[in-house]
Write a protein that binds this ligand. Structure first.
Ligand code: FMN
Length: 207
C-alpha cells in the first residue's frame, strides 16, 4: 500500500487551490504534445465511475471551422443569457469562454450502456455524474502540467452535437477549452469581480 507524505498532501492541496477556470484572454498559442494530452486523459480515466462503467468519451477538436461554428452558438446563447441577469453591464464585460483562443477543445460525452450498470439501478444519472468526476481529474492533472482548462456551458448541446456529428446515443456533458496559459489567476475571477462570494466551511457544513 502506498502511503503519502505531508509534502505529497501539500502538493495536492496546492494543485486543488491553484486550479482555475481559464478563459480566452489567458490562453497561449502553444502546442500541447500528444503524450501530455494522454497523461491528462489517463488521469480522467482513473476517476471513479458507477459500477466501473467508465461511461466517458473525449472528442478532441482542433478543427478551426468547427470551433468557429461552436463559437457562433456561444455568441447566440450568451446574448440570451445577458438579458437574464440584473448587472448586465458587468455580465457584458465577462469573458466566458476561450473556444477559439485555446490550443484545443474537448467535448466530453456520456455513453449510455446497453446493459444494466451496478449501482445505477435506482438513480439513473449516476453515469453522468461519473463523467463529471473524470472531468475534475482531467482539470486537476492539467493544472499540475500548467495547462489551463475552461468549461464552457453557454452552448446548446443539440447544436454542438450536430456540428461535431456526435451520435444520438451520446450525451454532451461538458465542452472544455484546453491550452497553456499566460497566467493562472490567484482567485476565481467571479470572486474578484464580486459576482459571487466564496462560501466558508461554516456555510457548507450541516451538523
Ligand atoms: C459545470 C460548470 C460549468 C461552467 N461553465 C462556465 C461557462 O460557461 N463559462 C465560464 O466562463 N465559466 C464556466 N465555469 C467556470 C466557473 O465559472 C468557475 O469554476 C468558478 O467561477 C470558480 O472559478 P475557478 O474555477 O477559477 O475556481 C463552469 C464551471 C463548471 C463547474
Amino acid at each position: 500500500m502506498k502511503e503519502f507524505s505531508s509534502d505529497d498532501i501539500t502538493c495536492l492541496e496546492d494543485i486543488i487551490e491553484a486550479r482555475r477556470d481559464v478563459r480566452g484572454n489567458k490562453f497561449l498559442d502553444k502546442k500541447i504534445d500528444d503524450e501530455i494530452l494522454d497523461k491528462l486523459l489517463k488521469a480522467a480515466s482513473n476517476a471513479p465511475s458507477v459500477g466501473f462503467s467508465q461511461p466517458w468519451k473525449f472528442v478532441i477538436i482542433k478543427n478551426s471551422k468547427k470551433r468557429d461554428e461552436i463559437y457562433q452558438d456561444f455568441v447566440k446563447e450568451n446574448e440570451k443569457a445577458k438579458k437574464i441577469f440584473k448587472d448586465k453591464e458587468l455580465y457584458s464585460k465577462l469573458k466566458l469562454e476561450g473556444i477559439k483562443e485555446s490550443y484545443l477543445n474537448i467535448a466530453v460525452l456520456y455513453e449510455k450502456s446497453d446493459k444494466e450498470i451496478l449501482g445505477q439501478t435506482s438513480q439513473k444519472k449516476m453515469g453522468e455524474y461519473s463523467v463529471v468526476c473524470a472531468i475534475q481529474n482531467f482539470w486537476l492533472m492539467a493544472r499540475a502540467y500548467n495547462i489551463g482548462v475552461g468549461w464552457v456551458s453557454i452552448l446548446k448541446p443539440k447544436r454542438v452535437k450536430k456540428i461535431l456529428n456526435i451520435e444520438k446515443k451520446h450525451k454532451l456533458i461538458a465542452y472544455l477549452t484546453v491550452g497553456y496559459v499566460s497566467e493562472f489567476l490567484d482567485e476565481p475571477e467571479l470572486l474578484t469581480l464580486e459576482w459571487e462570494k466564496r462560501k466558508t466551511l461554516q456555510d457548507i457544513k450541516v451538523i
